[in-house]
Write a protein that binds this ligand. Structure first.
Ligand SMILES: C[S@@+](CC[C@H](N)C(=O)[O-])C[C@H]1O[C@@H](n2cnc3c(N)ncnc32)[C@H](O)[C@@H]1O
Length: 223
């Protein structure tokens, strides 16, 4: 597809047009809005950790839901195109240990009500490579969520369909009260993306501690 064809296709996309008209940084906003409408994954006044946040469509939705008493911590390697009083942006690679320290500093003794991950590697057109790279991002999102999610908190992960995904889902679902899969109406036709909705976190000591200590939170936080 040439750049002209891509631009033409984009301008015909109703969600892209709606995002532009509403001043939202991206059409991804509508995906989180749909998830929120169905499952109320984000509580008013709550704290949200938004991984893979740039340019900020989902961050805008989360910021609206939590309101002025809430907080959204957005993380991305790319800059966020959104500035709100209730949004803190950390420009970092999610794989960096520095991110864990930054989050620890921000949340202090509190944790997040919701972790959202819309992380995607750059898609070169090689689907197998995309799946491999994305598997690392999914595992890292889950690892970060297990460190920072409140008991009974919710986690929303964007994934791409692949046979190995089912095992990840089953394994992860054991740590939550409820699990659902959802393809938003705003997902582009032909895309293999699926949102994994995990509701009601049941932290196990082993999941809290990557260093093998079972009795305490690795960051000394209380859940
Ligand atoms: C689909 S876009 C996110 C769209 C965004 N959620 C929104 O609502 O506008 C995926 C994002 O993942 C980010 N990303 C990919 N790998 C990353 C990594 N290792 N660390 C941090 N961000 C990463 C990309 O920079 C990109 O902004």
């Amino acid at each position: 597809m040439t750049r002209e064809q891509w631009l033409q296709r984009r301008s015909e996309d109703p969600y892209w047009r709606m995002a532009k008209e509403m001043g939202l940084p991206s059409r991804a906003a509508f995906k989180l809005e749909e998830v929120q409408r169905r499952w109320r994954v984000i509580p008013e006044g709550g704290r949200v950790l938004d991984l893979g946040a740039a340019p900020g469509g989902m961050t805008a939705v989360a910021s609206d839901v939590v309101g002025e008493k809430g907080l959204v911590v957005a993380v991305d390697v790319e800059p966020l195109k959104l500035q709100r009083p209730n949004v803190v942006f950390i420009q970092a690679d999610v794989m960096e240990h520095r991110l864990v320290r930054e989050l620890q500093r921000i949340v202090k003794d509190g944790l997040f009500d919701t972790v959202v991950s819309d992380l995607s590697p750059h898609h070169s057109g090689d689907y197998d490579l995309l799946i491999l790279q994305h598997a690392d991002l999914l595992s890292r999102s889950r690892e970060i969520a297990y460190m920072f999610l409140k008991r009974r908190g919710n986690m929303v992960l964007k994934a791409f369909e692949h046979p190995a995904l089912r095992q990840f889902e089953q394994e992860t679902a054991r740590s939550f009260l409820k699990f659902e899969r959802y393809i938003p109406k705003s997902t582009k036709k032909g895309s293999s993306e699926v949102f994994l909705i995990f509701l009601g976190f049941k932290p196990k000591p082993s999941e809290r501690d990557s260093g093998g200590r079972l009795s305490s939170h690795p960051l000394g936080l209380r859940v």
